[in-house]
Write a protein that binds this ligand. Structure first.
Ligand code: DOR
Length: 433
């Protein structure tokens, strides 16, 4: 049956459209856009008072499968994505085994096809088992369909290995996504080095651990004329370095996660391991610089670094707890509340940072609303206010420091290739496939 979305305010950053339009979807493809399209014999969604945007794309997600199914699975992670308004996610390779061979890439693609609720793209590892010693077979993973390489969660410290990786990304026309952390400097640390580490006695991680690697990788990207995307920037120096790289005309992009532009290390306490994330929550000055980087365009995209963990991994002493925040379901609400409502980022730009922006970084033909293209769409109520409650998450990971926070703006429908996979609090995937 054809699906008609009526009366919504359509926002499409690629074509700079902000207009009341009906959208007709036939066989998963947008077949017509216009006013007063005929409702007869169609399933109708009345989007009056709502906005209709391209489906959100998150290029930094941990789905934990294979190997850590007790933390998340492709099924639960993509259901969480659908509930957050995301129609496409790219999953990171720190699984077990790691995504370091064509077999693992195929395994994930196959599982995603059978059990996934949204589109799943795969990121292959830079090094075998993310050990930073031996390069992964990048060509064979590209052939199997990876969209980028990364050792996210770790940084290969061997520069010759990184040189080889940058060369291979250039040859294969994919970006290298860098988790920037000098492990010599961060070793044993759990939070930002500064007032919070002095106050709590928890070992700190200096800003240098991040930005010295940002600098290293920008230099390597320049040497090899390849594409570098910096994951989860958390320090003011990183923002400055990316800005300089862009001014120089290098092919460098970066992302910020909601927790890094909303929270500071002031909220860290020994008791609350949900504040433990890597890179750590930083100082007020860092958060200010990230917001500024978002407002002036230095920061290209929002990515969640959705990092679900089981309770046991967090219910331990702070220094033993796992790093990570489960965040995909609340990313839009947090970003809209903090960036648009509080810091006056144009709504069009926020949507761009969650749709066409990430699509361009990983080189996929998505992130826009166009006749003839797949109907990946999100319908949002910007007026909806609610209190974050992780017990209501579809993700297995309930680990968030945002519990209890009041936010505004909520995705109500998520549509993947014309199928409604999420509708007003309900996952519909299994009924459709
Ligand atoms: O906090 C984090 N958790 N940062 C990372 O880079 C990895 C992630 C995870 O896999 O849990």
């Amino acid at each position: 049956m054809e699906l008609l979305i009526k009366n919504g305010l359509v926002i499409d950053p690629k074509h700079k459209i902000k207009q009341k339009l009906d959208i007709l979807i036939k066989d998963g493809i947008i077949s017509e856009m216009g006013n007063d399209l005929c409702e007869e014999n169609k399933k109708v969604i009345d989007a009056k008072g709502l906005i209709v945007t391209p489906g959100f794309i998150d290029i930094h997600v941990h789905l934990r499968e294979p190997g850590f199914e007790y933390k998340e699975t492709i099924k639960t992670g993509t259901e969480a994505a659908a509930a957050g308004g995301f129609t496409t996610v790219a999953c990171m390779p720190n699984t077990s085994p790691a995504i370091h061979s064509k077999e693992v890439v195929k395994f994930i693609k196959n599982k995603a096809k059978n059990e996934g609720c949204v589109n799943v793209l795969v990121i292959g590892s830079i090094s075998k088992s993310l050990e930073g010693k031996e390069i992964s077979p990048i060509e064979e993973m590209v052939e199997a369909g990876i969209v980028a390489i990364s050792d996210d969660g770790k940084t290969p410290m061997d520069i010759s290995l990184m040189m080889e990786a940058f060369k291979k990304t250039k040859d294969n026309n994919i970006p290298l996504i860098s988790h920037c952390e000098d492990h010599e400097l961060s070793r044993g640390g759990s939070i930002n080095l500064g007032k919070a580490s002095e106050r709590t006695g928890i070992k700190g991680i200096p800003s240098e651990a991040e930005y010295l690697i940002v600098k290293r990788d920008i230099d390597l990207c320049e040497s090899f004329s390849s594409r570098l995307h910096i994951a989860h920037v958390s320090t003011k120096e990183s923002v400055y370095l990316v800005q300089r790289a862009k001014e120089k005309g290098l092919n460098v992009t970066c992302e910020a996660a909601p927790h890094h532009f909303i929270l500071t290390d002031d909220i860290v306490s020994l008791e609350n391991t949900h504040t433990k994330v890597n890179p750590p929550l930083r100082s007020k000055e860092d958060v200010k610089a990230i917001i500024k980087g978002i407002l002036n365009g230095t920061i290209d995209v929002i990515a969640t670094d959705h990092a679900p963990h089981d309770e046991n991994s967090k219910k331990v002493a702070y220094d033993k707890a796992a790093f990570g925040i489960s965040g995909i379901e609340i990313a839009f609400s947090l970003s809209y509340s903090e960036l648009v409502l509080k810091n006056k980022l144009p709504l069009m730009r926020l949507i761009e940072m969650m749709t066409i922006g990430p699509a361009q970084i990983i080189g996929i033909d998505k992130g826009t609303i166009e006749v003839g293209k797949h109907a990946d769409l999100t319908i949002i109520d910007l007026e909806k206010e609610y209190i974050i409650d992780s017990d209501k998450f579809f993700s297995k990971g309930k680990n968030t420091p945002f519990n209890g926070m009041k936010v505004k703006g909520k995705p109500l429908y998520t549509i993947v290739e014309g199928k409604v996979v999420y509708e007003r609090g309900k996952i519909l995937c299994s009924q459709i496939s």
